[in-house]
Design a protein around this ligand. Structure first.
Ligand code: CU
Length: 360
């Protein structure tokens, strides 16, 4: 099946257009210059301000009641947000389709997790026929094919990372995957949870993926950052020794810069243009670079696997079910970014709009 961007569409996540944003409150002028490396090492007053602004930005768009963790409580208190225990996303049905409510993974209930486990187990069972295109491994192969040189255009590798193809390719990829899961449990409303790593409450490895011998668990995953470890959204291999509170602060600061200061208009956010037949990998957008890539590296099993399998390298990333939960949140950033306002809107270039991908 081939899909084209122009077919109107972003069926996966349409956020309620009536929702209010806090765009008017943002004051980028008061922030220090965006230096990701220095921000990771220190927490200035400006960084705290950026965190606060990012919290302001996201707290208008979530609903879910969750349990506070200690460090998170401290941070929220520090920011005067200690009563803020409801976050959420409101979704509207796509045209002619059923509503799909995407839940942050930390707020998913047991019934939902059981459903997700069941759908994934059935998808894994389809691997009994290695040629079944709906099977877990064949689905993973789709992503592998688009980033490990399976397709060539004009003699050049076709690559869906490191350019403006990153967001649209992954959105369509998740869209079909989600529909397959839903069809396997006869629930057309089934929707991925999203790993809410940009919020203090979702900042650890989601618990539903960390139960050994279940269908959402993956053996090839880094064993040290498991439940309770706060993710480092700037992780490129080095362990950062710091407090939990500092790590959360760093993360939210990075998010603020990648969503707001470093991406005031479309190209810095989506990535460098990649027209047909030109060299692949011209350059990443802000979110693809950080935190998308660090989350992959942080989750992959680099201590035990030579290439950081599964999540830490393209050919195997999708063999870890958490890939989809991670990318559901990456995809969410696309909508969140546009909701900030200003010049933040979709690209209008013909080359981008006419991009197409095959999924079967
Ligand atoms: Cu990815």
């Amino acid at each position: 099946m081939r899909v084209r961007l122009r077919t109107n569409a972003h069926p996966m996540r349409n956020f309620n257009p009536e929702r209010k944003t806090t765009a008017g409150k943002l004051n980028t002028a008061s922030l220090p210059p965006a230096s990701q490396t220095s921000l990771r090492r220190q927490c200035s007053h400006g960084a705290i301000l950026a965190c606060h602004m990012y919290i302001e930005l996201i707290k208008t768009v979530h609903t879910a009641t969750v349990t506070f963790q200690r460090a998170i409580t401290e941070l929220l208190e520090d920011m005067g947000l200690e009563d803020e225990n409801t976050i959420a996303v409101t979704l509207v049905p796509r045209k002619g389709g059923e509503a799909r409510n995407h839940t942050p993974s930390h707020a998913a209930n047991n019934d939902y997790i059981a459903k997700y486990q069941l759908a994934t187990s059935r998808m894994r069972a389809l691997d009994n026929d290695p040629n079944n295109p709906l099977g877990f491994k064949q689905q993973a192969n789709i992503h592998c094919a688009y980033c490990n040189g399976a397709y060539k255009v004009g003699g050049k590798e076709l690559q869906v990372h490191f350019s403006w193809l990153f967001f649209p390719f992954h959105r369509w990829y998740l869209y079909f995957y989600e529909r397959i899961l839903g069809s396997l449990i006869n629930d057309p409303t089934f929707a991925f949870p999203y790993w809410n790593w940009d919020h203090p409450k979702g900042i650890c490895l989601p618990a539903m993926f960390d139960h050994e011998r279940t269908f959402l668990y993956d053996e090839k995953r880094n064993q040290s950052p498991r439940i309770g470890t706060i993710i480092d959204l700037g992780h490129f291999g080095d362990e950062v020794q710091t407090t939990q509170l500092q790590m959360i602060t760093n993360n939210l600061t990075l998010m603020y810069h990648q969503m707001v200061t470093n991406a005031p208009c479309p190209l810095p956010f989506f990535g460098v243009p990649y027209p047909l037949g030109t060299d692949p990998s011209p350059g990443m957008g802000t979110i693809e670079n950080i935190p998308h890539t660090p989350v992959h590296i942080w989750t992959g099993d680099s201590p035990r696997q030579p290439h950081g399998d599964n999540m830490g390298i393209f050919y195997s990333a999708d063999l870890d079910p958490i890939f989809y939960c991670h990318h559901a949140n990456v995809d969410r950033m696309w909508n969140e970014w546009k909701a900030i306002g200003g010049k933040r809107r979709d690209l209008s270039h013909e080359d981008w709009l006419n991009s197409g991908f095959f999924f079967l």
